[in-house]
Design a protein around this ligand. Sequence first.
Ligand code: NAD
Ligand code: WQD
Length: 338
Amino acid sequence: MKILVSGGTGYIGSHTVVELQQKGHEVVIVDNLCNSSAGVIRQIGKITGTEPLLEVFDLTDRHRVEDFFGRHAGLDGVIHFAAFKAVGESVQKPLDYYRNNLVSLMNILEAMHQQRVLHLVFSSSCTVYGQPESLPVTEEAPLQKALSPYGNTKRISEEMIADYAPLSGIKAVLLRYFNPIGAHPSALIGELPLGEPNNLLPYITQTAIGKRAALSVFGADYNTPDGTAIRDYIHVCDLANAHVLAMERLSKLQQQQKPEVFNLGTGHGNSVLEVIQSFERVSGLKLNYRITDRRPGDIEQVWADVSLAESVLGWKAVSSLDEMTRSAWNWEKYLASQ
Ligand code: NAD
Ligand code: WQD
């Protein structure tokens, strides 16, 4: 297949490009490099032997999107990663988030319809569930009011695709990621947060390497076994693999009534302290951390029911928590060596 990967120089996108190329698919990336760098293309080339084509432009520019689709005949599908993703920033700049995340998607949907590119895999998030009533959370769980404009863009995007798909003939898979962490085992690509990280794992590895003084553990008074919050952490390479399977499924699917939704997690929750312990185990280091107040807007605990992805996509996460933290640490050390 020939696949457009939007946001393909970003964290999850770059790992998915590697996976697509290693399965023999051709990739064209569109990215405006607002949160990634063109150097990722060379790194992907080192891993796979092929540097994917990169076109640098902003997907909110409708004419550029139409022009791109007009020039790339024979696309089999689109994996749409490109979006802003910082929850806290979205509260400060809500319109930036609505514009970037929703207008990009609208432009892509219209161009797909016009050029009869009819397979879409979309990056959604477990954030659409909020704090679920029961765990593990299934795809049937009611969606809750988003706690941030970012979260709201994911919910609206899902609805937009569901409204447009039957009219346009687009078949879509909406993938709800839980907490992606880790890096490619080669340590040639990984997560590159700009400035102070918001997410747990980059904060841990940056603290260990000496870029940050100490990790704050946000709350140890939750109703969980060790008092810290629980998430379903998933290796980014496992996540990448699911995208390839989703696209392969769409290419074989004769008909689809409405977009299919899949949770992507391991099906297990780990507490913040368990992640720290795993990091300390694989790195042999003691992490400097302190318990602080809860972070506003954080939920207590969530983990996924992944049986649907397993039965329909034939997908299952295989990496352990230690493999995730080890690969994240190897990536941080690689960055420090550059
Ligand atoms: P990322 O920021 O590393 O990658 C996104 C890429 O999109 C970046 O390279 C950025 O430059 C590009 N981009 C953004 N807006 C663009 C635009 N208007 N035009 C062209 N390119 C644009 O983020 P990521 O962690 O790889 O996330 C990928 C997707 O997965 C996003 O949609 C995100 O919301 C979603 N997601 C991420 C997580 C997570 O924890 N990382 C969890 C759930 C869902
Ligand atoms: C994980 C746990 C924190 C940092 C976010 C988005 C969500 C999705 C994934 C995109 C929590 C704790 C963190 C720190 C800490 N993204 N923590 N100290 O909040 O589960 O989800 O990323 O869709 O929408 O909200 O991930 O990595 O920020 O936090 O104690 O310095 O680590 O409280 O319990 P989160 P996270």
